[in-house]
Design a protein around this ligand. Structure first.
Ligand code: NAP
Length: 509
């Protein structure tokens, strides 16, 4: 069943409001106030429709902000920075804890909004998005308090002492994607302001709801005006002016590799500090001594969590030839048993894709896989109740028989589509895993942990899990190599990025 389209650009009917209800109009948050944007509020083209991916209903509108709005937000952040940066680490950590407490009280609201805005299952939105958003503020509060911003290093000389202090960088631009909206925004806001910077956030135009909720929360707890600002809008109109703004000192960007290149091109000539967390095409490597049932469960989760729309998803499954057929049979059975549908149903395991355009892109890769010689073992458009007929749906799709260097096997699809490949030896598995321009993550499923560790070290990525996936300790470095990014986030790496180390050399008498 082809999803219905209403216009040339492929968007779903914009004016489909549930029961004729007027959409909620969001505002920018600048200098401690919710403010309208510089566009014409009466002109519908100056707004971005916020649509439920599961149903196609519009339920909100976000301002289509422009360079003037970005200027105002950056000016507010700049004005607030000196006083905020002068607070102690402990005082700023207390603010992070206050935000965590207030967010925690909205746990269910976060989950419901995130599920509605992204189309992801409510159980996932609660366990992952709501949970991590609160945890991010708490974690960085604790870390900054304990380590004084990581700046407690001293280097003794015979006649002098060097003391390294961490100073704020200034105004930070924080740009985030649609797949884990508040999870990723809070992952940047908490360390950025905790280290004494002030920020301007630009969430994805597709998923602005929980960014708005964070601004409401920050407003309620009384965070000093201008410390956190938010400008809604699209990449070209708001994101571009923000990264290029001469009064922005650092840019933390999470999103696609092509956009990351544009962000780098605009930020680099001004020597801004830059962190890029980009796309991935991660391998799940399965050896024949693995615990097969646990591996099938783990690899299925790695493949299809959030409809495969996680940068870390294991979208290339490499299986040692002696267990390939047995694995594949069990894997396909498990995938076909997954429950897809109503995101607000607690038992749903797979929801909708983010947008009709994204569904087209993902479906296009399935068509390409057939041209490239692949066989679709399971997948297609699911049969769902009528209320979801305008949603963006694709069943979890498994493709076998593709050359491991085909486009579908090496390019990021970012949807519920995986390719399965056979290998004979460890070296062959590593070569296939490394045969992509991406280098974000990977997983190894193996009985012999020494072999798992050995293989992990040979994979050209920033992160590898052995016999697990997305098992996160917030203290460890997170990020990619090759086209998957520049820099690391997480723990002291985030604190380091959001600060400038300064050495003070004290000569003894
Ligand atoms: P995207 O299209 O690159 O957009 C990311 C953000 O950048 C959005 O807020 C977008 O705004 C904004 N943007 C677009 N053009 C811009 C420009 N010229 N200047 C500044 N900002 C601009 O990515 P996406 O489709 O939202 O997210 C999916 C991608 O993110 C995937 O590739 C995925 O792998 C990656 N991702 C990576 C990580 C990681 O940690 N490595 C985590 C999550 C996702 P609009 O939405 O308004 O266009």
């Amino acid at each position: 069943m082809e999803p219905e389209r209403c216009c040339e650009s492929g968007c779903i009917p914009c004016e489909r409001d549930r029961d004729g209800a007027a959409p909620l109009d969001l505002s920018n948050y600048i200098g401690g106030a919710f403010v309208g944007h510089s566009g014409d509020a009466a002109n519908e083209h100056d707004w971005l429709n916020v649509v439920e991916p599961a149903t196609g209903y519009r339920f909100a509108r976000a301002p289509l902000s422009g360079a003037g709005d970005v200027d105002a937000a950056v000016a507010a952040a700049r004005a607030a920075q000196p006083a905020w940066g002068a607070l102690s680490f402990g005082q700023r950590a207390d603010w992070l804890d206050k935000i965590a407490d207030a967010l925690e009280a909205k746990y269910d609201e976060i989950a419901v909004l995130e599920s509605r805005d992204t189309g992801k299952p409510i159980s996932l939105a609660r366990a992952v998005d709501a949970h991590r958003s609160v945890a991010n503020f708490r974690f960085f509060a604790g870390q900054i308090r304990e380590t004084h911003g990581g700046a407690n290093e001293r280097f003794e000389m015979d006649d002098a002492t060097n003391i390294v202090v961490a100073k704020p960088v200034g105004v930070a631009a924080l740009i985030t994607p649609w797949n884990l909206p508040l999870y990723l925004l809070s992952w940047k806001v908490a360390p950025a302001i905790g280290m004494g910077n002030t920020v301007v956030c630009k969430p994805s135009e597709l998923t602005p709801m929980t960014a708005n909720l964070l601004m409401e929360t920050i407003h309620e707890v009384g965070l000093p005006a201008g410390v956190v600002n938010l400008v809604h809008g699209d990449g070209a109109g708001a994101g571009g002016p923000l990264t290029a703004h001469p009064d922005v000192d650092l840019v933390s960007f999470t999103g696609g590799t092509a956009t990351g290149a544009k962000v780098a091109a605009s930020a680099a000539p001004q020597f801004k500090k830059l962190s890029l967390e980009l796309g991935g095409k991660n391998a799940s490597i399965i050896f024949d001594d693995c615990d097969l049932d646990a591996t099938v469960a783990g690899v299925t989760r790695a493949a299809f969590l959030n409809q495969g729309q996680v940068c870390l998803c294991g979208s290339r499954i490499l299986v040692q030839s002696s267990i390939h057929d047995e694995f594949l049979a069990k894997f396909v059975d498990t995938v076909e048993a997954m429950k897809i549908g109503n995101p607000s149903d607690e038992s749903t395991q797979l929801g909708a894709l983010i947008s009709p355009q994204h569904l087209d892109k993902v479906s296009g890769y399935v068509a390409l896989a057939k041209e490239e010689g692949g066989e679709v073992l399971t997948g297609g458009y699911p049969c769902l109740p009528k209320e979801f007929e305008h949603g963006n749906w694709l069943a979890p799709t498994v493709i076998a028989g593709l050359p491991h260097d085909s486009r579908c096997s090496t390019e990021e699809i970012f949807g519920p589509v995986v390719t399965v490949h056979k290998f004979e030896t460890e070296d062959e598995a590593v070569a296939i895993a490394n045969g992509t321009r991406y280098g974000l993550a990977g997983s190894v499923w193996v009985g012999d942990l020494d072999a798992g560790r050995r293989v992990a070290e040979k994979i050209e990525t920033g992160m590898v899990w052995v016999n697990t996936w997305l098992h996160r300790d917030l203290r460890v470095p997170f990020g990619g190599v090759k086209d998957s990014g520049v820099g690391r986030e997480g723990g002291r790496w985030s604190l380091g990025f959001f600060s400038e180390p300064m050495n003070i050399c004290l000569k003894h008498d």
